[in-house]
Design a protein around this ligand. Structure first.
Ligand code: NAD
Length: 470
């Protein structure tokens, strides 16, 4: 069967479905192709959403434990793993089912299957029901996402997990080694540690979360040292062997010294690669760089004028909200609107405990660029709200241009940093000055005041810390 569609979106993750929905809202006839029956992609089925559901479970367990600090003691939790799994699954089904409804309401044409390019106007779709369809299009948006990088020379073993199998939560192993101290390793490591596993983390670089400023990562590391069994930095995994009880791992530290240890399970989370292979891009004019990312312009258009690319396949950062925004830009460009993808701030959030979030310019980037900045930090020990929460392990940091007083970046570590960063994103995106944030009345007592007082301290006038302007 040969059919035509004005716009075809390949991949229904947060980038793809946002694009398809906006296209439908703008009156464009749109087809959305994905192997799943409902939209969601990795984020909803095997990533952001199920991991956040499990992190919520972890948070409740950890808060219940910590309550003894203020005189409320609970007995140890009894964990019904089947029920936890069912609950997580319900969260996923509720969201993906809702998106399925929105597909119908908007009259987006869904095709369940996988697509490969035959040429710059044609796709072959292998449907999940076994049939094939040839689909021609005027424009196409490629949003096929990414997949986890595997460590080379790993034995084939069900005891070695990736983010997908770790989220299945088959059991809670007594010991778990997490390879990679990045987003996934630390988030899922936290889940397993709170459920009762002895978690060790091995990170190849000199610190956890290499992309984050060190002062933020240090606050997190301090707490992770309590909930994790071991954190090995500057250490590589050189070998893994399956044994009767688990996996024996050979480590090599910074001085090339080798050591061995056995773990019940190993989770490998060392980054992700774009899904740009095996989709027939060689049959189009689309160009791919050395790392597998599709080359695009500010409108997200590839070297093939009919084809656009968004999300993980189109470059870093590999974050769902960046994909959704790009999807909307690509659709508007296709609709003929004058648009470009040019954000000043893409927020990054690591949903550990405490959370780390940042947006705009980081201190590390400013140093790399030799850029003159003024950094102000508001420690949460001076926040009334943080004290009432018994969580003063936090820091709010503003990166300010001393010539213009413009806020260039915001970074926060502390409970709820992921929610708090949105104000920073708006401030950076709107070109706010430190005085705008200082003069904006923030609700008391809330953690948002740490942003306002951070701005006040730029002028040497923060109410709750004494730091006169030099
Ligand atoms: P990551 O890039 O965040 O972290 C990978 C870590 O593994 C790095 O610290 C790296 O130095 C380390 N590493 C690489 N090779 C290693 C090796 N051989 N031995 C030991 N350490 C090694 O990658 P991730 O955690 O796999 O996550 C992948 C992507 O998914 C992220 O880049 C992010 O974009 C996205 N993600 C985002 C969120 C979120 O937004 N909260 C959560 C999960 C994943």
């Amino acid at each position: 069967m040969i059919s035509t569609s004005n716009l075809v979106v390949i991949g229904a993750g947060p980038g793809g479905y946002a694009a398809a929905f906006l296209a439908a809202d703008l009156g464009i006839d749109v087809t959305l192709i994905d192997p799943e029956a409902n939209p969601g992609g990795v984020c909803l089925y095997r990533g952001c959403i199920p991991s956040k559901a499990l992190l919520h479970v972890a948070k409740v367990i950890s808060e219940a434990k910590a309550a003894k600090n203020f005189g409320v003691e609970f007995v140890s939790p009894k964990i019904d793993l089947d029920k936890v799994r069912r609950w997580k699954q319900n969260v996923v089904s509720q969201l993906t089912g809702g998106l399925g409804q929105l597909v119908k309401q908007r009259k987006v044409k869904p095709i369940q299957g996988t697509a490969t390019f035959v040429n710059s106007q044609t796709l072959k779709v292998k449907k999940t029901d076994g049939s094939e369809e040839t689909l021609s299009f005027k424009n196409c948006i490629l949003s096929t996402g990414s997949h986890p990088i595997a460590l080379p020379n790993l034995p084939a073993s069900a005891k070695i997990l990736d983010s997908t199998s770790a989220l299945d939560l088959k059991d809670v192993p007594q010991t778990l080694l997490v390879v990679g101290g990045g987003y996934i390793g630390l988030e899922l490591g936290t889940v397993y540690a709170e459920l009762g596993s002895k978690v060790s983390v091995v990170e190849m670089t000199s610190g956890l979360l290499p992309g984050a400023d060190r002062d933020l990562a240090d606050v997190l590391s301090k707490r992770l040292k309590i909930i994790f069994n071991a954190i090995m930095l500057n250490t590589k995994v050189v070998k893994m062997e399956e044994t009767a009880n688990g996996i024996t791992v050979t480590f090599q530290d910074g001085e090339q010294k080798e050591s061995k240890k056995e773990f019940n399970n190993v989770l490998v989370a060392i980054g992700r690669r774009p899904n740009s292979k095996g989709i027939g891009l060689e049959n189009t004019k689309v160009e791919v760089d050395q790392r597998g990312f599709v080359k695009i312009n500010a409108q997200r258009q590839t070297s093939d004028p009919a084809i656009y690319a968004i999300g993980d396949i189109a470059g870093e950062p590999m974050l769902a909200h960046k994909a959704s925004h790009e999807g909307r830009v690509a659709v508007e460009a296709i609709a003929g609107h004058k648009v470009a993808f040019e954000p000043h701030a893409i927020p990054a959030v690591v949903f550990t405990d405490p959370e780390i979030a940042w947006c705009g310019l980081t201190e590390t980037e400013a140093a790399q660029q030799n850029r003159t900045i003024k950094v102000v930090k508001f420690p949460w020990a001076a926040s009334g709200r943080a004290i009432t929460l018994d969580r003063t392990d936090g820091l709010t940091k503003l990166i300010i241009d001393p010539n213009t007083e413009r806020i260039l970046g915001v970074a926060i570590v502390g409970v709820g940093a992921g929610e708090l960063i949105a104000e920073g994103v708006l401030a950076v995106e709107m070109g706010s000055l430190a005085s705008d944030m200082k003069l904006t009345i923030h609700p008391h007592p809330t953690l948002t005041e740490t942003l306002m007082e951070g701005a006040e301290s730029y002028f040497g006038q923060a109410t709750h810390i004494y730091r006169p302007k030099k």
